[in-house]
Design a binder for this molecule. Sequence first.
Ligand SMILES: Cc1cc2nc3c(=O)[nH]c(=O)nc-3n(C[C@H](O)[C@H](O)[C@H](O)COP(=O)(O)OP(=O)(O)OC[C@H]3O[C@@H](n4cnc5c(N)ncnc54)[C@H](O)[C@@H]3O)c2cc1C
Length: 392
Amino acid sequence: MSSDISIHIIGGGIAGLTTAIALRKYGFPVVLFEQSGQFADVGAGVTIGPNASRVLIALGLEEKLAPYARTPRHAGVLHFRTGENISYALRGDNYSAEFGSPFWHIHRADLLKVLVDALSDDAAVELRLNHEVNHVAQSGDKVVSEFSGGVSASCDVLIACDGIKSVIRETLFSNEPPAFTGYVAWRGLVDIDSLPGFEIDPDFALYAGPGKMFARYGVRNQSLINYVAIAMKKDWQAEGWSVRSKVSEVAAEFAGWCEDVQKIIAATPVDHCFKWALHVREPLSGWVKGRVALSGDAAHPMTPFLGLGAGIGIEDGLVLARAFSLSDDWRTALARYEKARIEHAAFAQRESARQGLHLLGKKPAPDAGGDKRLYNEDTLGLYAYDATSVEI
Ligand SMILES: Cc1cc2nc3c(=O)[nH]c(=O)nc-3n(C[C@H](O)[C@H](O)[C@H](O)COP(=O)(O)OP(=O)(O)OC[C@H]3O[C@@H](n4cnc5c(N)ncnc54)[C@H](O)[C@@H]3O)c2cc1C
């Protein structure tokens, strides 16, 4: 397809930025609009599985990510009350050997910085901050986005990467609101120096107890411990989805859990304790309406139990760009993108929900066979997915 097509991306999160980099790899100019005044994500870590690192490496980012990304040497499931190892698996290079690409832990701000830097000096990229889209309409051969403040912009094709609360999804695809999953998550980053004598071993630790889980790993050369603590809750009464939380609230929730969990929670800086109501949306039957396509959480928001939401959005970006490079026109490109991705993402959404029940629910998932090692992102084939070569 001719590279004089104009493609706009709405949303500068992990999915939108990766999509922009992938489109540039195939020679398409992009304009990306982000509502915030800066590119920023929540202050937390993110796991990047081999399925996603494969894409970031294919996009030429391995060297830039190297100072920030760390491959965990081992991963363990630990008893929530005693802290004893229930299972302990060597990771390290095993993922590269098995899936052809590494597993990484990284701070979200570092990942975002590398993605933004990859676009910054490119004359064929426009990054427009402070642009909040509030309406999108298609007429004739254009898509017109209207932004707060009365500005508008038109393009040939628009990729909506505006996250789970996507205005574009609600305007063009489905106005069904995101549903509260019944899980509340607390996230924290704790300075390792505030935990004298604490060893990050195993590198990734998951403690799963009845109705709750706590996962932690190190980021920034193990100088910070990132944790996600999740509990089942009947309702969510706070205003908004992400609110400041008291450290004492998390501590009370995990009272009686093993010493390491309690120590980490207690060391959370008071002004850095937030909680999220985890919401999802049902898989859609289509991601393309005319000249508009959904991507990332706007297309497939999922619970975090497989640690894959961002990774699936990263895959979207490369598959979309490949579809454009292989097709003669935008309509075919969008159709090929949707066909290649929609079932795969819906599978990840469903499996992630099932993993939540498996880890926190009273009943294990039906096929779990009582052995948690048999049911995870490796065994589901999600790490083996290869966005660089998947048939389009
Ligand atoms: C507790 C928790 C832990 C997680 N852990 C992991 C993990 O370890 N690994 C993993 O792969 N995934 C994880 N995820 C999922 C992951 O965070 C998301 O899937 C991912 O961040 C989604 O990226 P995105 O770019 O699609 O959306 P977002 O990150 O939501 O980005 C959307 C962007 O669009 C912008 N935007 C929104 N609306 C507008 C608008 N109207 N106009 C202009 N711009 C707009 C926003 O400001 C934002 O920058 C986790 C999620 C949670 C809740």
